[in-house]
Design a protein around this ligand. Structure first.
Ligand SMILES: *Cc1c(COP(=O)(O)O)cnc(C)c1O
Length: 391
C-alpha cells in the first residue's frame, strides 16, 4: 500500500515539475495562428458549408505534408475508415483484421458494412500490430484460394487489415504491408492519431492502399470534427470524392446521382480551421517532443515505470505521452489513476480492448496476450502542446 502511494506521488511530482502545479486535461487544442482570421473569412463570404476554397486548400496542404498523391477531406476519421473500407470493396461476410488495442472507431467502421472485425495482437516495441505474430497466424490459420485469403476456421474471406499507429507512434508498417501483400490482404492504415509521424522518413498513412486521418478536437491538430483519406491511387481518390459528395454528377442544375453516396465531405468552415492548424503543426510537434524529453528526464528516475519512447527508425508526433508500469506494478495502475486525477492531472488508462467489449466479444481473434498485458499497465498523462508554455 505504502509502495503504491510512493510511485503515484513520484509520478505526480514529476508531472508537476515539468508543467508546473496546475490542473490540466489530457489533450487540448491550441489556436494561436490564423484560426480566427480564416474562420472570419468563411463567415464574411457566407461560404461555411460544402462549397468554398478552404477544402481544396486543406487537401493540398495535406498532400504537401504527407507526400501522398491525393487527400480527400471528410467529416471525421470514422467516416474516413468507413469510406476506405467501401473503396477496398469490403462488404457483408468479409473479415477485416484490426488490432484489439485501438479506438473503437476502427471496429465500428468495419461493422457498419456487416463485415467482421477479426482481432490481432499488438506488441510492446511499437504499441502497434506485431508483424511476426501476424505472419505466423496467417500462415497457420488461412489458405489462399483464387487470389483470396480464406480464414480456415470460418471459411470467410479476410479482405483487409487496419493497423493503427497508436498514440502517434508508427507501427512496423513496411513489414505489415509486405505480409499483407503475401497473403492478398489490402492495407488501410488507421493514421487517425499520427499526423506528423514518420516511419523511415515517410509519413504514416501513405504505406497502405489508403490511410485515414482524424482531426477531432483531441487530436494533434483539429478541424472541430474532421478526417481525411490519403491515397496514391487516382481511381480511388476520384471515387472517394464522388461517394463522399452524395455521388452527384457535375451538371448545371440537375440532381443526378449515379449510385448510393454519402454526405461525408468536410465543410468549408472546418477546413478553414484545418488550414490554420496545419500551419501551426511544425511548432506543435516541436513542443510535443520537448514535453517528451522533459517528462523523460523525470520519469526515468522513478523505479517501476517508464515513459514510452518512439520506436527505432521512427519520428513520432508524441500525440499522447504514455507511461508503462513494470509487471510487478500493474496492480497499482488504478490507484495511480485516482491519485493523479484527484490532484487535478487528467490521466487515462488505455482503451478497453475491443475483444473485451460486449459487442465484439465473440469475434474471431488470435491470442491477444501482449495487448492484454499492455492495456493493464498503461497510463496516458497530460500531453497538450501548450503545457510547457509558448515556444
Ligand atoms: C480518433 C480516432 C479515430 C476516429 O476519428 P474520429 O474523427 O473521432 O471519427 C479512429 N481511430 C483512432 C485510432 C482514433 O484515435
Amino acid at each position: 500500500m505504502q509502495k503504491n502511494l510512493q510511485i503515484g506521488q513520484q509520478i505526480i511530482d514529476s508531472i508537476h515539475n515539468v508543467i508546473g502545479v496546475k490542473d490540466c486535461s489530457l489533450h487540448e487544442p491550441v489556436f494561436d495562428g490564423n484560426e480566427w482570421h480564416y474562420m472570419k473569412e468563411c463567415l464574411d463570404s457566407t461560404y461555411v458549408s460544402s462549397v468554398g476554397k478552404f477544402v481544396g486548400q486543406f487537401e493540398q496542404s495535406l498532400v504537401d505534408l504527407t507526400g501522398a498523391k491525393y487527400a480527400i477531406a471528410l467529416v471525421n476519421g470514422t467516416a474516413a475508415i468507413h469510406l476506405a473500407l467501401i473503396l477496398a470493396d469490403v462488404g457483408e461476410g468479409d473479415e477485416v483484421l484490426a488490432p484489439t488495442f485501438t479506438f473503437v472507431a476502427t471496429a465500428n467502421a468495419i461493422s457498419y458494412l456487416k463485415a467482421t472485425p477479426h482481432f490481432v495482437d499488438n506488441n510492446e516495441d511499437t504499441l502497434g500490430v506485431d508483424p511476426k505474430k501476424l505472419y505466423e497466424y496467417l500462415n497457420k490459420f488461412t489458405k489462399q484460394k483464387d487470389g483470396k485469403c480464406i480464414n480456415l476456421k470460418t471459411n470467410k474471406i479476410i479482405k483487409a487489415i487496419i493497423p493503427t499507429h497508436v498514440f502517434g507512434h508508427p507501427c512496423k508498417i513496411d513489414e505489415i504491408v509486405d505480409i499483407a501483400r503475401k497473403f492478398n490482404i489490402l492495407v488501410i492504415e488507421d493514421a487517425a492519431e499520427s499526423i506528423g509521424s514518420y516511419y523511415k522518413n515517410k509519413h504514416t498513412g501513405t504505406f497502405g492502399l489508403m490511410g485515414a486521418l482524424s482531426f477531432n478536437g483531441n487530436k494533434t491538430i483539429t478541424t472541430g470534427g474532421g478526417g481525411a483519406i490519403l491515397t496514391n491511387n487516382k481511381e480511388i481518390a476520384k471515387k472517394a470524392k464522388h461517394l463522399s459528395t452524395t455521388a452527384k454528377l457535375d451538371h448545371k442544375w440537375d440532381y443526378l446521382h449515379d449510385e448510393i453516396g454519402f454526405n461525408y465531405r468536410l465543410p468549408n468552415i472546418n477546413a478553414a480551421l484545418g488550414c490554420a492548424q496545419l500551419e501551426q503543426l511544425p511548432k506543435l510537434l516541436k513542443s510535443k517532443r520537448l514535453l517528451f524529453k522533459k517528462y523523460e528526464d523525470k520519469i526515468s528516475l522513478i523505479k517501476g515505470v517508464s515513459l514510452f519512447k518512439e520506436p527505432n527508425e521512427c519520428k513520432s508526433n508524441y500525440w499522447l505521452q504514455t507511461l508503462l508500469l513494470d509487471f510487478q506494478n500493474k496492480n497499482n495502475r488504478d490507484e495511480i489513476l485516482s491519485l493523479t486525477n484527484e490532484n487535478g492531472l487528467m490521466t487515462r488508462p488505455a482503451w478497453i480492448l475491443m475483444h473485451r467489449l460486449k459487442q465484439f466479444s465473440n469475434n474471431p481473434r488470435m491470442n491477444l496476450s501482449c495487448s492484454e498485458s499492455i492495456a493493464d499497465r498503461l497510463i496516458n498523462i497530460p500531453s497538450s502542446s501548450n503545457l510547457i508554455g509558448k515556444i
